[in-house]
Design a protein around this ligand. Sequence first.
Ligand code: SF4
Length: 408
Amino acid sequence: MLESKTFCIMPWVHFHVTQYGTVTPCCQAPWEEANTFGNINQQSINEIWQGEKIKQFRKTILSGGVDKRCESCFKKEKEGFTSLREITNSKYQHKFELALSANKLGEIGNTPPIYFDIRFSNVCNLRCRMCGPWSSSSWFNDAVQLGMIKEDADALTYAFKNKVGFFEQFENLIDSLEELYFAGGEPIMMEEHYELLHLLIKHNKTDVQLTYNTNFSSFNVKHHDIFELWKQFKSIVLAASLDASEKRGEFLRKNLNWNEVITNRQYIQKELPHIEFVISCTLNCYNILHLPDFHKDWTQQQLIQVEDFIPSLLIKPKELSVTILPKKIKEDAILKYVEHLEWINTIQSVHIEKRNYMIQQFKNIIKVLELNKDKHDVELFRKNSAAMDKIRGEKTRDVFPELAELFQ
Ligand code: SF4
């Protein structure tokens, strides 16, 4: 199964609720109602988990087929990148027997989901250039001014109409729980996230793996003390969505305060050393020439080990993809990334597997730049970037002088 080019363990272990209340195969699959397994506001967890739609999905996988909702994983793999399918298969190998013993109808018996990813809402304090109103409530005004949404639309999106009902069902499944994945919006801002942590503590389930995708900007939320709560959990992974440092970082992730990012990182290093910290950065046309410097800088400041850095390519919106860039910038970037790999080779690593994965990601970035060297399509980027600059009172070219070519 690990070697299979199509198998995915997700529908035997994973339950993903979007910020719209729909349940989809995972966070990589499309959100639209037609593509979902159900809606948590209309059905129970068990009804969806045992439902015909997820059974059909399991059946397709068991027959060696590929569901159209999984396009993003297979596209990534074709381009040489590691997909969520591969990561999850590797992590949940100990659950392969569930699929091996499954009947051809895709039924799962009484086995509940053990790995939840619940997007409670789109609440977020930042308005990142690469994001939009569907994932950040703070994006609302920008989106109205850009004509993306109407003024009378809702800024906030909540997954649950009846939160209590969901929590009651969840509590019944807590004994078999192995992992909770929190992302956003910004999970640290979400009240429901704290309620789940308290529920785990109440049930002595502090061995559950907590995995976060966080913008790492603010840990002071109302009366909650997240650091004290985290001290009670054995296994925590924080993947910080940071794509650039200082003024570039603050520009890309608007409302971010870089000094607070550094302070937060230093505090966690000192007070919560059991937390596994990794920078999960999105390579886009803004940060392409800066990213290696950011990685080097944090490694040299000993804020991370060299291998605690996972670059991945932004795919949407496509006008922010590195593939739109002029040939000269791509050539400069290729040289820079080749040099960066040479630098990485001079640094000792603690975790060889993680290091190899990171090196492979950098190599794949070089490959994508090489393959797309002669393509360029900067018009939409320039138009959108100028519109956003106007709304936010910013000047992209002043923050990223290395991209002068992009604006000529
Ligand atoms: S193949 Fe990819 S998109 Fe499909 S369920 Fe698995 S992880 Fe999700």
